[in-house]
Ligand binder design. Structure first.
Ligand SMILES: [Zn+2]
Length: 491
């Protein structure tokens, strides 16, 4: 079938394009069919449908160095033909330029370069929403809709980046630079938003020629999209676990969330992986930048030479990861050696069991300026509090393991946190849950009152460590971390 201008105008009218509308059109000429007259016919059909009071806009995204007259757009043939038309205006912008023709063209494209972001507040994309404009997707899906980057920007999505781009200043012909924040990409999944727009009744779908096309109310899209991003900051990212881009962007969201908290989230090394690179990758995916070193490559950290310990510390420092403590899996570990290693690599603390602590370690730790954190295993809270009171040292505090307290039939929140003097000694909290029978569970699924404890610690601006230490036989680190994030979501 040959597609003519008349057919296109009829189809556009059916889709809801009206005279006087301001429409931003994204398009794929090949999807429309065999158009008599090609791209120009599509542009004519759009302009005639909008009439003299209407405004047609198209994306004119381009690469470095931006030249408003010469830089071609890379978003398809129709926008490029439109850009070259007589009378079509172009916004001055090195990455996300927009072309426009019609009644409101001048006001819509004005001052694009003055905006601190390419697609956010004050850009033509957001102005279109403000004036009740529409977005037309001619044979393309939501992934092509630049205006959805506007929503990421308006929502201040923490995974957006800052870039510097160049442009040629027409006033003096010189090349100049501009720094832009909220720059989008690399990957995202806008396709999943389509269902939300359909269900909200802000979008109509129909064929224009052979192209399955969408006409969207831009202000309605902003409302629905921002609500989705408020509910889930990852609403524009894909859920593919093998998409390194979105895995990284989700980590940025988690890092941002943690930056709003008083506590520091940490992990125990061998729970997160075997070798140091695997450990780093696993914790970075969870937005975690603090690590407690126990085993690396299957070896106890206490067994490492000075040189080996320094090399691991240097690698972690290079990734911006802080070592919070050294510890061991064995109750009879060489704690003297760990205290010395902590001093060597400037780890602030060593975590050891209450019943392993003795005056010699305390003296050594004081000399080395290393803190000792005592973790409860089989003790009850009263015994722990007594021991800490007796020591009475600034360098010794409690690494509170709620699952272990539950295993000795104590209620970690109602019984201990609310009633026992132990709570004022707590500088570290293991996010470990388990049953009264001593079976480990995911956080929030045992008897250790983990949710209540996390919540009350947050209320008290607890600025110590919350540490993920899943029982390795039970769940992967990622599953344990997911349970922790889900608990936070319910607070
Ligand atoms: Zn992705």
């Amino acid at each position: 079938m040959i597609v003519t201008k008349q057919i296109l105008m009829r189809d556009l009218k059916r889709l809801g394009v009206k005279a006087g509308d301001a429409v931003l059109a994204h398009s794929a000429l090949s999807a429309i069919g065999q158009v008599r007259g090609g791209a120009n016919t599509v542009i004519d059909a759009l302009l005639e449908s909008l009439g003299p009071k209407g405004t047609l806009l198209m994306p004119a995204l381009s690469g470095n160095v931006f030249d408003i007259k010469k830089s071609p757009t890379w978003v398809g043939l129709i926008p490029e033909v439109f850009r070259r038309r007589k009378g079509v205006l172009r916004s001055f912008h090195p990455t996300h330029s927009v072309t426009a023709f019609g009644a409101r063209a001048t006001e819509l494209i004005a001052d694009h370069l003055k905006c601190p972001t390419p697609c956010g507040e004050g850009t033509p994309y957001v102005k279109l929403m403000d004036i009740g404009g529409k977005i037309l997707l001619l044979g393309v899906d939501q992934d092509r809709s630049t205006s959805l980057h506007s929503l990421e920007s308006l929502a201040r999505a923490p995974y957006l980046s800052t870039i510097t781009r160049q442009y040629r200043d027409p006033a003096d012909g010189k090349t100049k630079s501009v720094t832009l924040r909220d720059y989008p990409g690399p990957h995202r999944d806008f396709i999943q938003l389509d269902r939300l727009f359909r269900e909200a009744g802000i979008m109509k779908i129909g064929k224009v020629g052979q192209a399955v096309s969408r006409l969207i109310d831009a202000a309605g899209m902003r409302e629905v999209g921002l609500r989705a991003l408020r509910e889930n900051p990852a609403a524009c990212l894909c859920g593919n676990p093998n998409c390194a881009d979105c895995v990284g962007q989700r980590a940025a969201i988690k890092r941002h969330r943690l930056s709003q908290e008083d506590f520091q989230l940490s992990a125990v090394s061998d729970c997160a992986g075997h070798g140091i690179e695997e450990i780093i990758a696993t914790i970075e995916h969870e937005g975690i930048q603090h690590l407690e070193l126990r085993k690396v490559n299957g070896r106890e950290f206490a067994a490492f030479t000075d040189q080996e310990a320094r090399a691991i510390a240097a690698r972690l420092r290079a990734r911006g990861i802080r070592v919070t403590a050294l510890t061991a899996t064995l109750p009879n570990a060489d704690w003297n050696r760990l205290i010395d290693l902590a001093a060597l690599i400037r780890a602030p603390a060593v975590v050891l069991p209450f019943d392993a602590c003795n005056p010699e370690f305390i003296r050594r730790a004081r000399r080395r300026r290393v803190q000792l954190r005592l973790e409860n295993f089989r003790e009850n809270s009263a015994a722990c509090a007594e021991q800490l009171k007796a020591i009475g040292q600034k360098q010794v505090s409690c690494a509170f393991n709620a699952a272990h307290f539950a295993a000795v039939a104590q209620h970690p929140f109602l019984g201990i946190y609310m009633k026992s003097p132990l709570k004022r000694f707590v500088t570290q909290f293991y996010v470990n849950d388990g049953t009264f029978a001593g079976e480990p569970t995911l956080p929030g699924q045992g008897n250790a009152e983990i949710k209540e404890l996390i919540s009350i610690l947050r209320c008290a601006s607890f600025n110590g460590l919350m540490t993920l230490k899943p029982a390795r036989t039970l769940h992967s680190f990622a599953t344990h971390a997911e349970a922790f994030w889900k608990l936070l979501d319910t607070m």
